[in-house]
Design a binder for this molecule. Structure first.
Ligand code: NDP
Length: 404
């Protein structure tokens, strides 16, 4: 369906303007009337004020638009290194001149009561510094995935949140998205039997000519090319689908070093997680394949297929091998960014639990590090049993817009 969903999907994949077939994009994005009706918008004065840091593709394409329709959150400031762009975006969103920040005067936000949450939408290697500075300024932080480019940075971010007594949430939109929540709930219900194998495949084409990809293809800025950009969705999905943590990993990579895109990052990475229950998860990622964000869970009595499962919209869930009455779950399409920011606003208000805290992001950073360690050791087994357990199962605490 060549609609808004397809356009957004292409933007997510960095392929806007390219010709890509989007399998299963059968769910049209509804208008505002189909958004959850049980959460009426708060009066503007009661909304939580967000500052958006880094006015790149995601901030301009999804986050600022999401804040326009959010029920509990609103845009109150922007942070940018480009004063002309910042002035234009501020004007378009009715922000006064003193709500425009740059990376140098960033810390003056400590004295700005309009800002309660700082949303970090910068290249991955910059997440730690700007998260920690915002926390020190007394603000809560919503930080994009992957949380950081090193375990030490992730730990420092968590420590800074604790020291400041502020909330740190990682922007894992799939934890708040109906299709993924339905998938988790079906698996938890046991109706498909025990999960035996999970496969996650997340990749896309990349191009050095796009500045937004150029830093992703630089190991220092991205922390891992396709693995850090797309593979992290698969690592995270295997964990939230099974609601358990891998105890060991083995991984391999295939990278053409003569391709100028892959001078410092791996291209194809394939890994295998072993979970305490005995379930195996096979994950792949690549920056040289057609866009895909798909997963499958092979269970004792049936198979759950989400293809695509993690796009901005147009995702499709199938249940195969189960009685018709249990199949074809009804999924309500929502604006995932709006929902995630509303969740953060409600966390700040103390109304809902922090489902994706820094610790959840750190677990993925640790696992990506373990994957790259195994790759460097030719596929050797790396132990990953760090005893992390998520505080809240999203399937249990995040509401669905409509019961599935
Ligand atoms: P972009 O490159 O499009 O935007 C990043 C912005 O950061 C730039 O536009 C720039 O904004 C600012 N910036 C500051 N310093 C630098 C620098 N040295 N190099 C490049 N940019 C700089 O990236 P995206 O918007 O695609 O991604 C941003 C973050 O969001 C990443 O962490 C990414 O992983 C995440 N992301 C998450 C998605 C999701 O679905 N949750 C989807 C896409 C991205 P300015 O000019 O205003 O200073």
């Amino acid at each position: 369906m060549p609609n808004e969903i397809s356009r957004r999907t292409l933007i997510e994949l960095g392929l806007a303007g390219a010709s890509v077939a989007v399998a299963g994009a059968a769910i049209a994005k509804p208008g505002p009337s189909a958004e959850p009706q049980d959460r009426p918008a708060l009066p503007d004065n009661d909304k939580i004020g967000f500052a958006v840091v880094g006015l790149g593709k995601l901030a301009l394409g999804q986050i600022i638009p999401g804040l326009k329709t959010a029920k509990s959150a609103k845009l109150v400031a922007v942070v940018s290194g480009d004063p002309v762009k910042a002035k234009r975006i501020a004007a378009e969103n009715g922000l006064p001149a003193d709500a425009i920040y740059n990376y140098t005067d960033y810390d003056r936000m400590a004295k700005d009561p309009r800002i309660q949450v700082v949303y970090i939408v910068l290249p991955n290697a910059m997440h730690a510094e700007y998260t920690i500075r915002a926390l020190k300024a007394g603000k809560h932080v919503l930080c994009e995935k992957p949380m950081a480019t090193s375990v030490a940075d992730g730990e420092a971010m968590i420590a800074a949140a604790k020291a400041a007594d502020r909330k740190l949430m990682i922007a894992y939109r799939c934890h708040y998205e109906p299709l993924n929540l339905v998938a988790m709930r079906r698996l938890r219900s046991g109706s498909l039997g025990k999960p035996r194998i999970v496969t996650t495949d997340m990749g896309r084409q990349s191009t050095l000519s796009d500045p937004s990809d150029a830093w992703r293809l630089d190991m220092k800025m991205s922390g891992g090319g396709a693995l850090a950009d797309m593979g992290v969705y698969g690592i995270n999905a295997a964990r939230y689908l099974l609601n358990e943590e891998p105890i060991e990993v083995r991984a391999w990579a295939k990278t053409d070093r003569t391709d100028p895109r892959f001078r410092t990052v791996e291209d194809v990475v394939s890994w295998q997680f072993r979970f305490p229950s005995g379930t195996i998860a096979n994950g792949t990622t690549s920056f040289s394949c057609a866009g895909t964000m798909a997963y499958q869970v092979f269970c004792e009595n049936g198979r759950l297929v989400a293809d695509p499962g993690c796009f901005y919209g147009g995702n499709k869930l199938s249940l195969i091998g189960v009685p018709a009455a249990q199949g074809a779950p009804k999924i309500t399409e929502i604006d995932q960014f709006e929902r995630e920011m509303d969740w953060m606003a409600d966390v700040v208000r103390g109304k809902v639990p922090l489902v994706t805290p820094g610790e959840e992001g750190l677990q993925d950073v640790r696992l990506m590090t373990a994957i790259l360690e195994s790759v460097a050791k030719g596929g050797a087994t790396v132990k990953t049993g760090w005893a992390y357990k998520r505080a809240h199962d999203p399937a249990a605490v995040v509401d669905l817009p409509h019961p599935a």
